[in-house]
Structure formats: structure tokens, C-alpha cells
Write a protein that binds this ligand. Structure first.
Ligand SMILES: [Zn+2]
Length: 576
């Protein structure tokens, strides 16, 4: 069997897509917010019956291969590789030998380097590294699972190893694993460091971070951005956490790699790290595919950091629920998890909303019983409230503040009016993509009618042998099949008709608020009437032209023939 067919047979599009997005059931289909364009209402649909996805916002559509190509930004060959692996289908070996382009080469370098670093743990210093990690409560299983390693403090042992494996200095440099000094000497990028490989969503190594060990220098260094690795587009641990995040419907965001490793080790497998405390817009978008609940497990003073603050504002603006997990003073999350995981669990259960957290910190800074204190607390807290997009939530916090500082809601609302939020915060709504509609009126009406008929198939009787001629060839084809058998196999349609049918059948699943069967039937009749009118008008224009031609040629017989036809259609039009 064809490899592509075999993969398609083994994988269900719903499973493939839901490993990237949160899908919600919508009739016999699934829907989600489109990952390919910015939108407020979900218009991305997946049809298990047709094994196809389609976004009605930006128009992206296709099968599992198309989806993986788009979401992973890879070419067909790489999508094939990813899906073959998922499906457990062996790809032809000769193709494997060839490799699949530059990206595949980079994946290979990263994988080989990871193995090299892992093996170095068996060296004398490597054993000391293991001792150190065990001392930090990271056990052997975790060391293996997260593929931690050791970069020896030598000039070029990794370079030598990779060169032996057939990679050039240029490639090694592009993969971020070596650098050239001004005098031309080439050195390993990571020397004398504990290595934390960084994985993509498919658990493939794409980059590295190195922690200092028994040496001087910055605590952590990351490899520079490469073709595979982009710091602002990577979420450490997400490959291992995504399933649990979706299941628990919340995500623990931690500061460091070791926090995440310890959390997973103690069965908090919904923990990730964004390498620091500033979450990028892209990272939020990715996390949003799995949950809209973020629990921040940062050091208590994080709110003082402007970058973190902006990230939180952004998350709130994007309708995430942000909570803060509070820990005993002076302790970081890693300490608490490794000391007593029940305490950590308790802390996550008692997480407070970010607004409550702000209020708490303002109360600790100002005295809410003095006029000056009330004014400062209100000024600072209202600035946060003003940024909330949800009106109900806004009112809730104003009410809350009003009670806490004994100031009327009216006064607080007036004060909030006066507060100016930086322009760059409110920003401009990302332009929603608008597509030029090149369809004719009749085509649009025809597609709408098809959607409505799929909703209420009993109305198919309205499409008799005469009326079916009024439609475009594709819709005519679909209507013909539907009249024969409502559950016909869409594969038997022509390509264009299949596309139209998918669109209409997906649309027909979208519930229409407050509309009953009678109203839908009325709309069906309306569409049918308009289509008929349009068809006849077009016919009349054509006949008039034919008459003109016949008059030029003085062909009386033809003229009479066309005049009769003109009369026939004019009468028909008047009866509608
Ligand atoms: Zn879209």
C-alpha cells in the first residue's frame, strides 16, 4: 500500500490535530480557534467523516499532511516523516538515507550532540555532575527522561565528534554548537557546563541550554537562535506536558528548567518553563491551544519586573485566566516540590487570581485606612482593572475594591475613567484577514442554499428537475447525489464539488441561534427564488443578444424562435 494512504488509514485527523489544538465538539465535527490567523470566534473546523480540516476565516484547509506542514512550518517530506513516526509506519530506507533537507540535517546534529553530552556523564567529571544533580533531588529517571548531559571543559571535543560524523564546521556553527574566535580558532560553544537539551513539540532536540558547573561565568547560557531553535518560540517541557495540561485544563508556568524537571518527577506533569518570567505573544498562542488557565509559579518578587508585567497584561488581554501560586517566603518552587510535594499541591490549589495578587501586594505597600493609602491603592489597582477586557470581571473587582477600602463604586468608576493606559498596551487589534469574494451572487446563494438543505434535507424535494438546472455545475452535482442518497460517499464527487460539499456540510453543523425550522425553510425558499430570478435574468440577457444577432443577419425564423423563448422566460419571471 502507498505509504501516504497507510498513514492516513492509521491516523485519525481528530487525534492528530488535537495534539496541537483544543478541539471542541460541534455536531458531528470539531471546532477550535484557528492556529493560522488571529480571530475571536472559532472558525476552524475538523471533519472526522471527511478526514479534513477547514478554517472559514482564512480559508486554510486540507488533510493531516497539510495541517502538519502548516503548523510545523515544514515541507511535505518532513510532514510525512513526522506523521509516519506517529503512525508507526516505516518510510522507505533509501529516502531515509537521503535525509530531508537542511532542517533534517540540523535535527541530526542536535540528536548526535545530545547523545554525545549524555555519554559524557560517564566520565570522571560527569559522575560528579550526576552527584550534583542527585543532590538537587533530580533522580536518575529524570536525568534520562530529560536527556541531561555534560559538556566537557575542553576546546573542541564536540566539534571533533561531529566532524567525525560527517558534519562541517559551518553546519556545526549554524546549529549553535561552536563559535569562531577573532584569531580564527574554533571552540565548542558549551564547555564545562551541564546540558539541558531543549525539545520541540515532537520531543526532538532543537537546542541546548548549559548551566555552569564548578566554573566562573553566567549561570545559564542558551545556544543562539538557529533554524530550529528560537528562544521566544520555545516552551520547555511542553512536549511532555501538553497532554496533562489539556486534561487538567491548567498549566503551571515555572521559571527554570530544574523546576520543571522536579515538577514532572513529582507528578505535576502539566509544568512548563518559558525560560525566565516574560512570556512572549507566540508562547501564549501556543499555550492557548491547550488551556486558558495559567498558574504562575514564580519567585514572589516577579511582579516588580516590567517584562513579566507586560506578559501578564498580554495574557489577560487575550482572555487567559492568570493565577499566582504563592509560596512560603524565601522558598522557591523547586525547594518546596523536593521537600514535600503535598505542600506544593496545596499551594497550587490555593492559587489566587492575578488581580487578588496585585491587591494583596498593594495592601502590603500602603495603609488602606488612611486617605493617602486609599488613593494610592485605588490608583494602582484601577489601572489594572481598566485593562481587563471582560466587563463582568471588571465590575467584580471594582465591587471588591469598593468594599475593601470603603469607597463608593461610583467614585471608583469616575477615578478609573481618568486613568490613561499606555497606548502600546491597548495596541491595535490585529487586522483580521479579509478575503476578496470573487463569487457571483448566484454562487453565493447556491452555497447558502446547499448549507440550509443539509440542515433540513426534507426540503430537497423543492429542487425538481427543472430547478436543478439553475445551479452551478458543482452544486448541481452535489444536489443530484443528495437527492439519490442523503448518505452518499463524498469521495465520489469531483474535486471542486468535494470542496464545496465539505464547506457546506461543516457550515450546516454550526448552530443558528434563535432560528427554528420554519424560519430556515423560509430562507430556503427565499434563496431558491433569488437563484431562479437571477438565472432567468441571465437567460433573458442572452436571448436579447441572440435576437440582435439574428436581426443583423435578417434571419426571421430565428428571430421568431428567440422571441417565443423571450416571452416564455419573461412570463416565468413575472410569476415568481
Ligand atoms: Zn484561519
Amino acid at each position: 500500500m502507498d505509504v501516504i494512504e497507510e498513514i492516513k488509514n492509521r491516523l485519525d485527523i481528530v487525534d492528530v490535530i488535537s495534539s496541537y489544538l483544543r478541539l471542541q465538539k460541534a455536531g458531528s465535527n470539531y471546532r477550535a480557534s484557528c492556529p493560522f490567523h488571529s480571530e475571536k470566534k472559532p472558525s476552524f473546523f475538523v471533519s472526522p467523516r471527511l478526514q479534513i480540516f477547514k478554517c472559514f476565516g482564512c480559508g486554510k484547509a486540507g488533510d493531516i499532511f497539510k495541517f502538519v506542514m502548516e503548523i510545523e512550518k515544514v515541507d511535505f517530506k518532513e510532514a510525512l516523516k513526522i506523521l509516519a513516526e506517529k503512525a508507526g509506519v516505516q518510510l522507505p530506507t533509501e529516502k531515509e538515507k537521503e535525509g530531508f533537507g537542511e532542517k533534517a540535517r540540523f535535527y541530526k546534529i542536535c540528536e548526535l550532540a545530545t547523545r554525545f553530552f549524555e555519554r559524557q556523564l560517564e566520565s570522571k567529571t560527569g559522575k560528579k555532575v550526576i552527584e550534583y544533580l542527585l543532590g538537587r533531588k533530580i533522580n536518575m529517571d529524570s536525568i534520562r527522561k530529560w536527556r541531561l548531559g555534560w559538556a566537557p571543559d575542553t576546546k573542541s571535543s564536540l566539534i571533533d565528534f561531529l566532524k567525525m560524523k560527517g558534519f562541517s564546521i559551518d553546519e556545526i556553527e549554524k546549529a549553535g554548537l561552536c563559535f569562531k574566535k577573532e584569531n580564527g580558532e574554533v571552540l565548542d560553544f558549551f564547555r564545562g557546563r551541564i546540558i539541558f537539551p531543549i525539545f520541540d513539540l515532537n520531543s526532538k532536540v532543537i537546542g541546548f541550554s548549559g548551566r555552569i558547573f564548578e566554573n566562573e561565568g553566567p549561570k545559564y547560557i542558551n545556544c543562539r537562535n538557529t533554524l530550529l531553535y528560537d528562544k521566544s518560540r520555545t516552551i520547555y517541557g511542553l512536549d511532555k506536558a501538553k497532554k496533562e495540561i489539556k486534561q487538567k485544563d491548567f498549566c503551571l508556568i515555572m521559571e527554570g528548567y530544574t523546576d520543571v524537571i522536579l515538577a514532572h518527577q513529582e507528578e505535576f506533569q502539566n509544568a512548563v518553563s518559558v525560560s525566565g518570567t516574560a512570556i512572549s505573544e507566540w508562547q501564549l498562542q501556543i499555550l492557548g491551544r491547550f488551556t486558558s488557565n495559567l498558574f504562575l509559579c514564580f519567585d514572589a518578587d516577579f511582579a516588580g519586573d516590567q517584562a513579566t508585567k507586560r506578559a501578564i497584561d498580554l495574557a489577560l488581554q487575550k482572555d487567559f485566566q492568570v493565577k499566582v501560586v504563592l509560596f512560603e517566603e524565601g522558598k522557591d518552587p523547586a525547594d518546596i516540590i523536593s521537600e514535600n510535594k503535598e505542600n506544593f499541591e496545596k499551594a497550587t490549589k490555593e492559587a489566587i487570581s492575578i488581580m487578588e495578587f496585585y491587591l494583596k501586594s498593594f495592601f502590603s505597600q500602603y495603609d488602606k485606612n488612611t486617605l493617602e493609602g486609599k488613593r494610592e491603592i485605588a490608583r494602582r489597582f484601577l489601572a489594572e482593572v481598566k485593562k481587563i477586557s471582560n466587563e463582568i470581571e471588571k465590575e467584580f473587582w471594582i465591587d471588591f475594591l469598593s468594599k475593601e477600602i470603603s469607597v463608593s463604586k461610583e467614585s471608583l468608576l469616575k477615578e478609573m475613567e481618568k486613568i490613561k493606559i499606555e497606548d502600546d498596551f491597548l495596541g491595535k487589534e490585529k487586522e483580521e484577514i479579509v478575503f476578496k469574494n470573487e463569487k457571483t451572487k448566484r454562487e453565493i446563494l447556491g452555497e447558502r442554499l446547499l448549507t440550509l438543505l443539509l440542515k433540513l434535507p426534507q426540503n430537497l424535494v423543492l429542487i425538481d428537475n427543472e430547478r436543478i438546472e439553475y445551479f452551478s455545475p458543482e452544486i448541481k452535482e452535489i444536489l443530484g447525489k443528495l437527492k439519490e442518497d442523503l448518505k452518499f460517499d463524498p469521495k465520489s464527487l469531483s474535486e471542486k464539488a468535494k470542496e464545496l460539499f465539505l464547506e457546506a456540510s461543516l457550515k450546516s453543523e454550526i448552530p443558528e441561534a434563535n432560528r427554528d425550522k420554519d424560519e430556515i425553510t423560509r430562507e430556503i425558499n427565499f434563496c431558491l427564488k433569488e437563484i431562479t430570478k437571477d438565472f432567468i435574468k441571465e437567460k433573458l440577457t442572452k436571448i436579447s443578444e441572440l435576437i440582435k444577432d439574428a436581426e443583423k443577419n435578417k434571419n426571421q425564423k430565428k428571430i421568431n424562435e428567440f422571441l417565443n423563448e423571450l416571452k416564455f422566460w419573461t412570463e416565468k419571471l413575472s410569476k415568481i
